[in-house]
Design a protein around this ligand. Structure first.
Ligand code: SF4
Length: 294
């Protein structure tokens, strides 16, 4: 198995991939949205600019946005791989990627207001390790931008203002409200990661993990699959459009997961992701060979 420096090099490569290469399913969804917009409209121009930006970032191996976000790692590993080593490797990879301008100096000490200059601060990067029974290591990374994080939202159901009860219809109402509230902010078209249940912390965490799913996958729970499709359609009928300029392409995908809850609470957490959906996955098998599922 790999040593600390091998992991740092691989994780730096995962960061370089995420920051510079828009996943092909996201590119395809933006192109489909562009084809659907009226020629010469602001929406069409915005999506053309987004696609050009993504192309340039990929060919120059440069960040596709100046806000390179909070790096969030999810690492699944067998018992033979140390959690401590993986956490250290993630932090050092972020420091190196920042020094190489793959990431902006993007971490601020909240008390002093000073930029740490290393891309590192308490909880930045955010690293979540979990041991599993499989022999391979799975590394997943999401670079979560601040502008879209600002318009993420969490609702405690029931919500009398929206007439939202503790059921899927209530969830549908609050998700549409979140899309409405986010209009013109968060660099749309957006992608919605949603969690039903959990507490305030775990709900947002699961909502963000949903953003690692491909846009063209299917939810294994039929009722949630249907809700994802309905919310995608209904969001795109709101007329908000890319960057809030008006148009048909408001949301590129909706991904919904669930967690348990206590009887007293029913949270719906909505993690809003901008068009710059910077996610990357690498799988390292027991021989050390690396594959890159999209
Ligand atoms: S919301 Fe996304 S695209 Fe907009 S500035 Fe932030 S990271 Fe960049």
């Amino acid at each position: 198995m790999k040593q600390l420096d091998d992991w740092i090099k691989l994780l730096t490569e995962v960061i370089a991939t995420a920051t510079s290469r828009l996943p092909e399913d996201v590119t395809a969804a933006i192109r489909a949205g562009r084809a659907n917009e009226t020629e010469g409209s602001l929406a069409a121009m915005a999506l053309d600019a987004v696609l050009k930006n993504a192309d340039l970032a990929c060919s120059d191996r440069a960040p596709m946005c100046q806000d390179t976000g909070v790096p969030i790692f999810w690492i699944h590993h067998p018992v033979s791989v140390s959690t401590g080593v993986m956490v250290r490797a993630c932090k050092e990879a972020v420091r190196r990627a920042t020094a190489q301008n793959l990431l902006r100096e993007n971490a601020v000490d909240t008390f002093s207001g000073r930029n740490t200059g290393t891309g590192q601060a308490p909880s930045i990067p955010s690293v979540h390790c979990e041991e599993w029974d499989r022999p391979e290591v799975k590394i997943e990374l999401l670079l979560k931008g601040g502008g879209c994080e600002n318009v993420s939202a969490q609702y405690a159901l029931p919500d009398g203002r929206l007439g939202a009860d503790r059921d899927l219809e209530g969830a549908r109402r609050v998700v549409l409200d979140a899309v409405h509230q986010a209009q013109g902010k968060g660099c749309g078209p957006g992608i919605l990661g949603v969690c039903l249940g959990g507490d305030r912390g775990s709900g947002y965490h699961e909502a963000k993990y949903q953003l690692m799913r491909r846009l063209d996958d299917h939810n294994p729970i039929p009722e949630l699959d249907a809700l994802e499709r309905r919310l995608l359609d209904e969001s795109n009928q709101l007329g908000i459009g890319p960057m809030g300029f008006g148009g048909k392409t408001t949301v590129l995908g909706v991904k919904i997961g669930t967690l348990g809850r206590v009887p007293a609470s029913y949270f719906v957490s909505i993690a809003y992701l901008c068009w710059a959906a910077r996610r990357a996955t690498a799988i390292v098998n027991a021989n050390g060979d690396v594959t890159w599922p999209s």
